[in-house]
Design a protein around this ligand. Structure first.
Ligand code: KG4
Ligand code: ZN
Length: 340
């Protein structure tokens, strides 16, 4: 026996069936992701019922592969961690049931993990020196949050979106300009051929909390622009639309994040979630951080998208703090950050 701690983690909150083995909260021994994207592409977005069914089909295989690639058996594992919210209820239930069954039969502790806590924890994998406190901008398909990470298990929401999530805006605009699902990476690629100053799309200001976001007005502005072009029979330069839209989103995200870091007095900014792979966002934040003397942290794209390694990392920090879930652990589709 060694003093090392191994977590087997399972993630199934949306359209990725994933399992991983993580050592001591920082080292990824295996990270298996079965992506359902090709299936959902046919429908232009994630179909919850299809996602659940596919998770059931794949979860056993993905878990087995994670153990084999890590060269571990369930006996070597210290705890089983699983995402229990937020997400699609049917999809979450598959991972939760699998984790409960595995933990129960093997006599291992079960640790329920918040999906966003996992996204934030993805930053610890490659940035070995990163420790709380820091500010994290979480931008995914379902969430846009500015979070003060006070400790590994303490989160304070500074700002959030009032309507669409950043990733949702990318996906909707991508559909409007005929790029298909998932839109984020396609807008990112096409924007490289366009001029981000070509169209002046609005930067939404929201009343009340200066750190909150709003993207639905921007999405409508893009749709209006496309309609007007059609009415006036002007040919749309899709690369310019992609670049100008992307700039409008990433500009606001960057400004708010930098402002939050300066206000907090903390000198560290991390980003997380699917949209954290966006090249324009990474460049914009890196540039602003360099100018302001702020340390900037981000995961590699494979740890930005939904994966189980990040759940293993968050699971580890919960596990060593003594967090244990009961056999009645349930899927909580609208679980709030910091809640148990
Ligand atoms: O974190 P994630 O994999 O799943 C959720 O928890 O939602 O995020 C998926 C979102 C999708 O909306 C996708 O279009 C977006 O992240 N995304 C991107 C990029 N890669 C993925 N958005 C902008 N640029 C990208 N390169
Ligand atoms: Zn996610």
């Amino acid at each position: 026996m060694t003093n090392d701690t191994y977590i087997l983690a399972i993630e199934s909150s949306c359209d990725e069936t994933a399992a991983a083995v993580v050592k001591n909260g920082r080292e990824v021994c295996s990270n298996i992701i079965y992506s359902q994207i090709e299936l959902h592409k046919l429908y232009g977005g994630v179909v919850p019922e299809i996602a659940s069914r596919k998770h059931i089909e794949k979860v056993n295989q993905v878990v087995r592969q994670a153990l084999v690639e890590a060269d571990k058996t369930i006996d070597d594992i210290d705890a089983v961690a699983v995402t229990y919210g937020p997400g699609l209820v049917g999809a979450l239930l598959v991972g939760v049931s699998q984790a409960k069954a595995l933990a129960y039969v093997s006599g291992k502790p079960l640790v329920g993990v918040h999906h966003i806590e996992g996204h934030i924890a993805a930053n610890y994998i490659e940035n070995k020196d990163l420790e709380p406190p820091f500010i994290c901008l979480v931008v995914s398909g379902g969430h846009t949050h500015l979070v003060k990470v006070a400790d590994y298990d303490k989160f304070e929401i500074i700002g959030m979106t009032r309507d669409d999530a950043a990733g949702e805006a990318f996906d909707k605009v991508a559909r409007a300009i005929g790029l298909g699902y998932p839109g984020g990476p396609k807008v990112d690629a096409l924007a490289k051929e366009g001029n981000r100053e070509a169209i002046a799309f609005p930067r939404a200001k929201v009343d009340g909390n200066e750190f909150d976001f709003s993207f639905s007005g921007l999405k409508s502005a893009v749709l209006n622009y496309l309609n007007q072009c059609e009415m006036k029979q002007i040919e749309v330069n899709r690369a310019d639309v992609a670049a100008s839209f992307q700039y409008a989103v990433t500009d606001v995200l960057t400004q708010h994040a930098i402002h939050a870091v300066k206000e907090s007095g903390l000198n560290k900014l991390a980003i997380a979630g699917g949209v954290a792979s966006n090249s324009s966002l990474r460049e914009g934040i890196a540039e602003a951080c360099a100018k302001e003397g702020i340390s900037f942290y981000h995961p590699s794209p494979i740890f930005c998208t939904d994966n189980a390694a990040m759940i293993g990392v968050a699971g580890y920090y919960n596990y060593i703090k003594g967090v244990r879930s009961g056999w009645d652990l349930n899927a909580v589709p609208n679980l709030k950050l910091g809640e148990r």
